[in-house]
Design a protein around this ligand. Structure first.
Ligand code: ATP
Length: 520
């Protein structure tokens, strides 16, 4: 039994270490780094691109491959500009912004208020944890409803949320500012409260289509992939002979001119979404919404991270298109934050596209013998946020029993960039040739890495650091008995196995089947 201990890191330290590890091992680089970078834009390196691809594949298989009534598309990033009029993005896709006159820093007013609420929530949780550790048979529900400090703080939160929700719903930006003043929120940079008025700022990037200025028209970089699905709804339904209920899935880049662009790849200006729009009969939308909440949470849980890392968060202010909406939040090193949105979008999008395009976007239901505009339930997850969640959960610093330490990425094996490392013990005596034979066998099915430089110990550490679940070491004995050493990344245990059994052993360790089967 190993007695290795995991180093406990504070959220802030953990996050810093993940960022530097991501760079050091080729997962994520700052965009255009040689020019000092571009804020909130990142590039995926040789490791990152593989992990990202595996996460995308896992989502695609779960959505499209396992569901006979969901198909995929790949729509263009550029769309007719009227799309964004119809979707409401030209008029309503904006964030309320506020500046401090002293530091000249700009913030999202809603984020300032939400962070203030999160601090009060943290106080409540601390109180609960303290009590939990003190009393046996602790009744948490009772404690939350009777402890005076908890009750008072919860009341504060409810009041702030209610006031903020009303202000947003009535579009009262001066009231949003007043809330910030009343809560005595200060600018984190200057520490002062010299706030400007709150203004709305549209998040869409635009550019010109056409080279001659008279002919040019303003088009937008899509801020979400969903609209490419809506405008193709009838194309797919008719050509695919789809029957309601059915879904259309898509992954691809989206662009938002985010103002508060901190927190690494959590909030980027260019990012990737994985979205699925599920078209249903009107009146069944809220049932499907509940169903998709369950299905998506089950998908997250199938990754194998602790269930306590996820929670639902209902929206207090519904977007202009929704009649129900929630987020699946993940506990990132900087706290619980949105990872995926699930929205019941009514018939808002299709109805508006019908109105703006003058084309009918209706479905003929052969069972009821009637035409209708379907209602839509959307599931929308950010691939980059999923990547960050995976890295946050996988990154571990360990103190080993022999006094040394290692950094290991415990990425679920089916998602790991390299599945296997093939390592000849030394660079001579026919070991590299034997290793190459094994590599050639395995690389048809799996992404493998071959390394012969450095001591075997150093090579193992490097494989731990990039999350390679299995290492195969070929030594002199291998040439005689056709056996190799198979080392497991997580347990660091080594066993002698026959070369003939390798294909099967590797497959059993890294296959996606077990996870996918759970979702069937
Ligand atoms: P937030 O409230 O954090 O700005 P949102 O509610 O605007 O997010 P949605 O419009 O619901 O996000 O987009 C769906 C998903 O796309 C989000 O759950 C998130 O994972 C991802 N996403 C949105 N904006 C960004 C961004 N700027 N960078 C990375 N991922 C993003």
């Amino acid at each position: 039994m190993s007695t290795n201990t995991i180093k406990k890191l504070s959220g802030e330290d953990l996050f810093k270490n993940i960022i530097s590890h991501s760079k050091e091992y080729g997962f994520i680089f700052q965009s255009s780094e040689i020019y000092d970078g571009l804020s909130a834009v990142y590039d995926y390196g040789q490791m990152g691109v593989e992990l990202k691809k595996n996460l995308r594949d896992y989502w695609w298989k779960a959505m499209v491959q396992l569901n006979e009534n969901i198909v995929g598309i790949d729509a263009a990033i550029f769309m007719h500009p009227t799309t964004w009029k119809a979707s409401g993005h030209v008029d309503a896709f904006s964030d309320p912004l506020i500046d401090t006159k002293d530091s000249k820093k700009r913030y999202r007013a809603d984020v300032l208020i939400e962070e203030h609420v999160a601090k009060i929530e943290a106080k409540i949780e601390k109180e609960v944890e303290k009590a939990k550790s003190r009393f046996e048979n602790f009744d948490e529900t009772m404690f939350r409803s009777t402890n005076p400090r908890v009750v008072e703080n919860q009341k504060k939160i409810d009041e702030i949320n209610a006031r903020f929700k009303a202000a947003l719903e009535e579009d009262k930006l001066d009231e949003v500012k007043q809330i910030i003043i009343d809560l005595e929120i200060t600018c984190p940079v200057s520490g002062t409260r010299n706030w400007t008025d709150v203004r709305q700022f549209n998040l869409m990037f635009n550019t010109q289509l056409g080279s001659v200025s008279e002919e040019a028209s303003t088009i937008y970089l899509r801020p979400e992939t969903a609209q490419g699905i809506f405008v193709n709804f009838l194309n797919v339904q008719k050509t695919g002979r789809m029957k309601i209920p059915f879904g259309i899935a898509q992954t691809g880049k989206a662009f938002r001119n985010e103002i508060v662009a901190r927190q690494f790849i959590f909030r980027m200006r260019e990012f990737e979404q994985m979205e699925m729009q599920f078209f249903v009969k009107p009146g069944t939308d809220l049932q499907w919404y509940e169903q998709w909440k369950k299905t998506r949470m089950a998908w997250h849980n199938s990754l194998g991270f602790p269930e306590s890392k996820y929670r639902f968060h209902d929206h207090i202010k519904l977007a202009h298109y929704a009649n129900a909406a929630c987020d699946i939040e993940f506990e990132f090193p900087f706290g619980f934050k949105e990872l995926e949105g699930i929205h019941s979008r009514t018939d808002f999008d299709l109805r508006n596209h019908e109105k703006f395009s003058g084309k009918k976007l209706q479905y003929f239901d052969p069972e009821d013998n009637e035409n209708y505009i379907p209602y839509v339930v959307e599931t929308s997850i950010g691939l980059d946020r999923l990547f960050l969640a995976t890295m946050s959960q996988a990154y571990q610093e360990e103190q080993l029993e022999d006094g040394s330490s290692r950094v290991v990425l415990k990425i679920p094996p089916f998602l790991a960039p390299y599945k296997v490392a093939v390592l000849p013990l030394v660079k001579k005596d026919g070991l590299p040739e034997k290793a190459r034979e094994i590599m050639n066998q395995l690389k048809l099915d799996h992404l493998c890495i071959y390394e012969e430089k450095d001591s075997i110990g150093k090579r193992y550490r490097r494989m731990d650091a990039i999350g390679t679940p299995l290492c195969i070491t070929i030594d002199h004995q291998s040439l005689e008995d056709n056996m190799v050493t198979l080392r497991d990344r997580d347990t660091m245990q080594q066993e002698r196995v026959s070369i003939d059994a390798l294909m099967q052993l590797v497959e059993a360790k890294v296959s996606m089947h077990a996870q996918l089967r759970k979702l069937m």
